[in-house]
Design a protein around this ligand. Structure first.
Ligand code: ATP
Ligand code: MG
Length: 462
């Protein structure tokens, strides 16, 4: 549209004016009246409509937001019998949008009649003045015909440009919003001179640290503090923690105590606000993102799968994994049995978000997905919550040989999942209130003892 209208309209208008002046300079004075008149009319109209276009864009947003919420939360709305009120909420947003759209539509409808009016009046005036001059013999009839054609051409161009201006405000509003998104800087920026992790296995590394032909990597939190943007209180403060290769550290704490937040700092989903998180002694903010993410296997609290097949989901972190490796990962994640019973096996389609699997099945698939990567650091966020005790015990047993060189940070709510960890960290309100093994914590940390007792694990107290 820019090429066919914005560029051509002024060219035609200017060309028309030049030709008209050459034809008859006196009559061209008419243009000095009709062109500003046309521009004035358009400008008046635009100044009225542009604010409405802005408003409309916000209202379209609101409508989309409500609609999306209602579609994704359909079952919740039904379960809470909120149909009527949700319907009303949609109706309010919809009516507001309709009103604004009608108002702008009405204003814009005045555009063409206004333009035509100016054009026809110009024609009348032209014929009026020309008639006198033709009668006096100072002007040819042919000149009048040519002049009429020019003036139509000129005013048509002005009108075309005006029509375009009707679309332009909306386009501007939209472009500004796209621009806002595009110009938002990523909070996780690649460092200017990224460091790589040492290659595995380097010759300098003592054989004791090299397991399975590669070295393990440790994870350190050094006085870490973190505050969510805009939050009043920090979500984490003064966390100091070391996990050596092959070690498992478990984190336990009440809901909202900052466990997931702690894990999210490692892959730089957020950056710390004080202190530092280090992998092998190097601050994660100095590592190249590729090196960092390649070293981490994250099993998030929300088990999320992508549309595709089971195989495509498992290969998410490592597209070149062989089928045997996929089965191996499924074996460890205790998912082989249910995948085998599916008629299409690994090629079973996965719906959006993994909706066609049960919560527990999804969770096992996300564990397997992280295992396929063969990471150096394993982050489990409450990943065993949907597994029954026996399955979970089998899973832990199967994980053990793979974890010889892998540092594991495990978040959990069940003592049975955590008690075998090398160290357990008890979080409360974003701070550490106890560290130690299960036995030590039972002696030293009242909060931990309370959790254990609440889970009826009195047998383990002995
Ligand atoms: N994106 C966010 N923006 C602002 N505050 C957040 C955000 N995510 C979490 N919080 C706050 O940070 C605190 C810690 O949340 P976090 O998700 O780490 O808890 P958690 O220990 O993992 O809880 P759960 O056991 O329920 O998973 C909470 O008080 C929460 O309100
Ligand atoms: Mg959590």
């Amino acid at each position: 549209m820019i090429l066919t209208m914005i560029v051509s309209a002024p060219l035609l208008a200017v060309g028309g004016v030049v030709m008209a002046v050459r034809q008859d300079a006196h009559l061209s004075l008419l243009l000095a009246v009709s062109m500003p008149l046309m521009l004035l009319a358009v400008a008046l109209l635009m100044s009225r409509t542009i604010p409405y276009f802005h408003k409309m864009q916000g209202q379209i947003d609101r409508l989309n937001q409500i609609l999306r919420e209602q579609i994704t939360g359909l079952r919740v709305i039904r379960a809470f019998v909120r149909d009527t009120s949700e319907r009303a909420r949609f109706a309010v947003a919809n009516d507001t949008l309709t009103d604004t759209a009608l108002h702008t539509g009405r204003l814009m409808a005045a555009m063409i009649p206004m333009a035509v009016l100016v054009m026809q009046w110009s024609t009348i005036a032209l014929v009026w003045f020309a008639a006198a001059r033709i009668g006096a013999g100072t002007m040819q009839i042919g000149s009048l015909v040519a002049f009429l054609a020019y003036i139509a051409q000129i005013l048509m161009s002005v009108m075309m440009a005006a029509l375009l201006f009707a679309i332009l405000p909306r386009a501007l509003v939209c472009a500004r919003r796209v621009e806002e998104v595009l110009s938002t800087p990523s909070s996780v920026a690649e460092p200017p001179s990224p460091k790589a992790l040492t290659q595995d296995p380097p010759e300098s590394v003592p054989a004791a640290r090299a397991v399975n032909g590669r070295i393990g990597r440790g994870l350190q939190f050094k006085g870490v503090g973190f505050r969510y943007p805009g939050a009043a209180a920090p979500a984490l403060h003064d966390i100091t923690l070391r996990i050596e290769p092959g070690q498992t550290v478990a984190v336990i704490g009440a809901t909202g105590s900052g466990k997931s937040t702690l894990l999210s700092l490692v892959p730089r989903l957020f950056d710390v606000t004080s202190g530092s998180v280090c992998v092998d002694g190097i601050d994660v903010r100095e590592l190249s993102l590729q090196a960092l993410w390649g070293a981490i296997g994250l099993v998030p609290q929300q088990a999320y799968l992508f549309t595709g097949t089971i195989a495509s989901n498992l290969r998410f972190g490592r597209p070149d994994a062989t089928e045997a490796e996929l089965w191996q990962a499924l074996d460890v994640a205790q998912a082989t049995h249910f995948v085998k019973t599916l008629p299409q096996g690994l090629l079973t389609p996965v719906a959006q978000g993994g909706g066609n699997f049960s919560g527990g099945q999804r969770q096992r698939l996300t564990i397997a997905r992280a295992l396929v990567v063969k990471p150096h650091l394993f982050l489990f966020d409450d990943s065993f919550s949907a597994l029954d005790y026996a399955t979970e015990a089998r899973l832990r047993e199967a994980l053990r040989p793979l974890m010889k060189d892998t540092a594991m940070l495990l978040v959990g709510q069940r003592i049975s999942s955590l008690r075998h960890a090398d160290a357990i960290v008890v979080l409360d309100g974003g701070g550490v209130i106890g560290t130690g093994t299960h036995a030590v914590l039972l002696q030293t940390c009242a909060a931990y003892r309370a959790i254990v007792e609440s889970q009826h694990a009195t047998v383990e107290l002995v």
